[in-house]
Design a binder for this molecule. Structure first.
Ligand code: C2E
Ligand code: CA
Ligand code: CA
Length: 573
């Protein structure tokens, strides 16, 4: 009997302990944000624990209820999950799926753990259900940031390069073609400057949205930065060629962009550069670079244009880049020299003055022509520094000559349009004249018609200011630009330089003679002086003198020379 009591007490104690464990187990599960499903194989019994009701609207009591879990799972994940849930050997990793749950759509992770009896048969299974929506969204956001441009929703640069690389690889095996278009909005800068960054962003967004609609499985678009977009076409054909896309873009741009922030309508044109695989480049980065190079060269030429890459362009471009870098170094180390070419009065043969012409002496001693480096310097603004140096060096030498020889000659200085348009140009020039105590009436600025193109009125205002100080203005290269004699009337010009191209043909070509003669007659009536440039032969000289051209400049009478040679020239007059 005692034995019996003892056994009963033991069982009771064990039961209490078991109940205690069970309680503890339930409490632990209850504090978790996970839901658990317990299944006993031997008893064919299910039990749910934790926050089950936050996930599922049903209890699981039998196999049919268990099946219901799959109903919540979105179709594309159901087969993977079915295998995981119904297995009798646990898989290696947890499976996640998008599910429609009691509280709406969630990303849920299911982790199945199975225990086995001594005969290796499954005895229990626990399915842990975990809400991973937040982590998943964060990953999606990161992915989005990694692939897409936040402003436009188009692909970003990195992802575009990746997709393009895949296309190039595919095109290699399929012998297909890949075209890359670099598209830039010409007016973006102006809109941004005039209306602010938010308006600028709106234009980018609207244009981005438009490009997004052009995308299909063979066309992708990306926003790189600011106003720079790229479109790539896989095996362009039929209605999906660069020309088609370009035309669609131009059509869109005939309409305005509505800017809500400034409540305004703005318009822009585009510059487009195209590079193609395999013709112009071998890989994605080359394609992008080449398309950009063509676009950049194009955007200088004008509005709404498309240009295709040709190989020599790359060579030119690389050479220019190299020159540009060398030019920066040359400015640092002062590798410039100023040469002077004499101009003579055609009737008296007296020295009228000298034109200052810059030379760049490279480290290897070779001289680079200003015709090569001035256009490069104008492109990136280096011309301002170079031009300032020319002004100071020219005026400094001129003062020395004047003090030494007292000879009343002119100094002609070439002024780039970019330099001329700067607000401080007149002020700087006057300061230099004051510093070296040079009479402004002996200074002549040579400008070209390109100065007049943009803002005619402010250019003319500036010319008047210069004239008030006595500074002379000479119109260089006359005959090469739009050269209308009628607009000359409105300009306060003192001298007109007839371009070398006229002088070259004036002897042999009758019509050139007619034009040259009428230019000279007309200019004289306006009260301007004339200078013929590039006079190389005695015949040209005599002819020009005969038609009353006032001054002659050219190799015939003197080549551009260093300052020391001018000294000799002045010593002899
Ligand atoms: P430009 O102002 O039209 O200068 C005349 C150019 O013709 C000079 O070339 C001169 O050497 C050349 N030349 C003069 N007479 C003859 C001739 O009889 N035959 C031939 N074949 N050529 C002749 P250069 O010195 O090479 O200058 C080229 C251009 O570079 C200049 O054309 C001017 O536009 C620009 N440039 C030169 N110096 C400066 C400068 O200091 N500032 C700026 N902004 N431009 C400059
Ligand atoms: Ca000149
Ligand atoms: Ca000239």
């Amino acid at each position: 009997m005692d034995e019996m009591h003892y056994q009963l007490d033991l069982l009771k104690a064990m039961n209490e302990k078991l109940l205690g464990n069970d309680k503890m187990f339930r409490m632990i599960c209850g504090t978790s944000s996970n839901a658990f499903l317990f299944y006993s194989f031997s008893e064919n019994r299910f039990e749910t624990l934790g926050c089950w009701e936050q996930y599922f609207e049903f209890e699981v009591q039998n196999q049919t209820d268990f099946q219901n879990i799959l109903r919540c799972v979105k179709d594309e994940y159901s087969s993977v999950l079915e295998a995981a849930l119904f297995c009798e050997r646990a898989g290696e990793s947890a499976k996640s799926a998008e599910c429609e749950m009691a509280e709406g759509s969630k990303w849920v992770e299911f982790e199945v753990t199975i225990s086995y009896d001594e005969n290796h048969r499954p005895s229990e299974k626990i399915v842990r259900v975990r809400d991973i929506t937040r982590a998943k969204r964060q990953t999606e956001d990161l992915k989005y940031m990694a692939y897409y441009d936040a402003l436009t929703g188009l692909y970003n640069r990195n992802y575009f390069v990746r997709l393009l690389s895949e296309w190039v690889r595919k095109a290699q095996t399929e012998h297909a073609k890949v075209s890359v278009m670099c598209i830039r909005l010409d007016e973006f800068r102006k809109i941004n400057d005039a209306m602010g960054m938010i308006a600028g962003d709106e234009v980018i967004q609207l244009f981005g949205l438009f490009l997004k609609d052009l995308q299909n499985e063979d066309t992708i678009a990306a926003h790189f930065y600011e106003d720079m977009f790229f479109v790539a076409l896989y095996d362009p054909f039929g209605n999906n060629t660069t020309e088609h896309i370009y035309r669609k873009v131009c059509n869109r741009l005939e309409d305005t962009f509505h800017i809500t922030s400034g409540s305004a309508e703005v318009k822009s044109t585009v510059s487009v550069g195209v590079a193609e695989y395999p013709e112009s480049a071998r890989n994605s980065l080359e394609l992008i670079n080449c398309a950009e190079i063509v676009m950049l060269q194009r955007s200088e030429k004008g509005r709404n244009s498309i240009e295709y890459f040709e190989t020599p362009m790359l060579t030119d471009f690389m050479e220019n880049i190299q020159l540009e870098n060398q030019l920066k170094e040359a400015i640092e180390s002062g590798d410039f020299e100023l040469y002077y070419q004499p101009q003579y009065d055609s009737l008296s043969n007296k020295l009228r003055g000298v034109e200052a012409l810059i030379r760049w002496r490279k480290q290897d001693g070779k001289l680079v022509s200003p015709a090569v480096f001035i256009p490069i310097a104008e492109k990136d603004g280096l011309i301002v520094q170079i031009g300032n140096w020319v002004l100071e060096e020219g005026i400094r030498c001129f003062k020395k000559w004047y003090d030494k020889y007292q000879y009343p000659m002119m100094l002609s200085l070439n002024i780039s349009a970019i330099q001329y348009k700067r607000k401080d140009f007149v002020h700087k020039l006057l300061r230099l004249l004051d510093k070296y105590q040079v009479n402004p009436e002996l200074i002549e600025l040579e400008i070209t018609e390109s100065v007049l193109i943009d803002d005619f009125e402010s250019v003319v205002d500036k010319l008047h200011t210069l004239k008030e100080y006595g500074i002379k203005i000479s119109l260089d290269d006359f005959g090469t630009g739009f050269s209308s004699l009628s607009y000359l009337k409105g300009l306060p010009i003192d001298t007109l330089k007839i371009d070398k191209s006229f002088i070259d043909t004036v002897i042999d070509d009758n019509s050139t003679r007619v034009i040259t003669e009428s230019i000279i007659a007309m200019v004289k009536k306006l009260g301007c002086e004339t200078v013929a440039e590039g006079v190389e032969t005695q015949e040209q000289f005599e002819y020009l003198k005969g038609i009353n051209c006032d001054n002659i400049q050219g190799f015939l009478l003197g080549r551009p020379m260093p300052a020391s040679e001018v000294d000799k020239l002045l010593a002899a007059v």
